[in-house]
Design a protein around this ligand. Structure first.
Ligand code: ADP
Length: 301
């Protein structure tokens, strides 16, 4: 179990950059807990503290009974940490990297092979290749293997899927689901809101604060706005037009559509007519269910 209580952390001589502003949360055994938010929100700072690499200004965290500051040696044994940027030795081969991490923790690849087998087998054919010459998805598999080789109780994965292709991203989440079944607690951060559904619970983070924390469905159930999707050609011109209409509260581009929240007095036909009058004749407007990204937008507006 992870129990974080009121973390504060600032950077700079006079503490000008407040990276964490009072973060508290718990993660239960066997959970995948996702910390989701944009760049600069404080995810890496939070994870670096939990990995005992930096200290909080105030606040405490207990992980499986150990304090991240006082018991940092023990913490480093029970966690596997995968930092955001590629952490492996580029000039060492795949196998040499894995051996190195195993040796650090006084173990061998053989001893814990069963733990990484699923993941490592996919890159084992390239075991003599330099890590620096691997694709993004393969690097990520190697980094995860290295974080797992000492049999950690808790995995801390900082934006493991950033810059990785969609197929490898999906494979990676499938791997996390299997690791969870082995009883490993997984704390993972991401800027991709669509990855929220792969977590048991999530926290949405913005400017060093959790603005919501719940199951992904719980976050969606709390959404209370009327949400429509608008589609058509000339999307940026439509968006500009929508932003002028007083009964539309918010509007933002979402893939190839525009998501809008509207005043309850507005009818779809009325908005359609407004757009037709402005020469947007091929628009479609439909009520939709919110995604976690819509919830994030609503909470930050
Ligand atoms: P995220 O991982 O969500 O992108 P970070 O934890 O990296 O967020 O950053 C949170 C804030 O702290 C940002 O404003 C960032 O610029 C700042 N920051 C992070 N690391 C440092 C550092 N070593 N020195 C100064 N400012 C930092």
């Amino acid at each position: 179990m992870i129990e974080v209580n009121d973390f504060h952390k600032s950077y700079g001589k006079s503490g000008k950059i407040n990276a964490l502003n009072g973060i508290s949360f718990n993660v239960n055994d066997g959970e995948i807990f996702g910390v989701i938010g944009p760049d600069g929100a404080g995810k890496s700072t939070l994870f670096r503290i939990l990995a005992s690499l930096i200290m909080p200004d105030s606040g405490t965290a207990i992980m499986n009974g150990y304090d991240v500051v006082k018991d940092y040696r023990k913490i480093r044994q029970i966690i596997g940490y995968m930092p955001g940027r590629f952490s492996l030795y580029q000039d060492l081969s795949v196998e040499e990297n894995l051996k190195f991490f195993a040796t650090l923790f006084d173990t061998t690849i053989k001893e814990n092979y069963h733990l990484i087998k699923d993941i490592y087998q996919q890159i084992e054919p390239f075991k003599n290749r330099r890590a620096g010459a691997l694709s993004g998805g393969m690097k990520q598999k190697l980094a995860l293997s290295c974080a797992l080789i000492h049999k950690p109780e808790i995995l801390i994965l900082d934006e493991p899927t950033t810059g990785v292709d969609p197929v490898s991203r999906k494979e990676f989440w499938d791997m996390l689901a299997r690791l969870k079944e082995q009883g490993i607690i997984i704390l993972v951060s991401t800027a991709y809101m669509d990855e929220a559904s792969r977590c048991d619970r999530i926290a949405l983070i913005r400017e060093g604060e959790f603005i919501a924390s719940n199951t992904p469905q719980g976050i969606i159930d709390d959404y209370s706005d009327i949400l429509w999707a608008v589609e058509g050609s000339r999307m940026s011109a439509i968006l500009r037009e929508l932003r002028k209409y007083e009964k539309i509260k918010t509007s933002f581009a979402f893939g190839d559509k525009i998501h809008i929240t509207v005043d309850e007095s507005l009818q779809i036909g009325e908005l359609k007519q407004y757009l037709i009058n402005r020469d947007f004749r091929d628009v479609g407007i439909n009520p939709i269910e919110p995604t976690v990204e819509d919830c994030f937008m609503a909470l930050t507006n």
